[in-house]
Design a protein around this ligand. Structure first.
Ligand code: SF4
Ligand code: SF4
Length: 75
């Protein structure tokens, strides 16, 4: 099922546990910093379609910074 992943960048501590958890390998460390001074995790826009919607990333994040939305497809 297609899915969309949203990061709450203000909560991210840059631990990259989500990067390790993603079976699709689409989560990367950004070159951007958040207000806390951490390099945040992100998914490049063009790779979001590779997301399986498994939510492993959200389960792994210790800071509840990730929400996975499953996208219903028309039958
Ligand atoms: S939901 Fe699964 S496939 Fe999608 S970014 Fe998270 S870990 Fe990767
Ligand atoms: S697991 Fe959470 S806190 Fe760690 S890098 Fe990923 S989004 Fe940021």
């Amino acid at each position: 099922m297609p899915a969309r992943v949203q990061f709450r960048e203000d909560r991210c501590k840059g631990c990259l546990l989500c990067v390790q958890a993603c079976p699709s390998g689409i989560i990367l460390q950004s070159s951007r910093f958040n207000q806390l001074g951490y390099k945040i995790a992100e998914i490049p826009h063009e790779r979001m379609q590779e997301c399986k919607g498994c939510a492993f990333c959200a389960l792994m994040c210790p800071d509840y910074a990730i929400t996975v939305f499953k996208i219903e497809e028309d039958a």
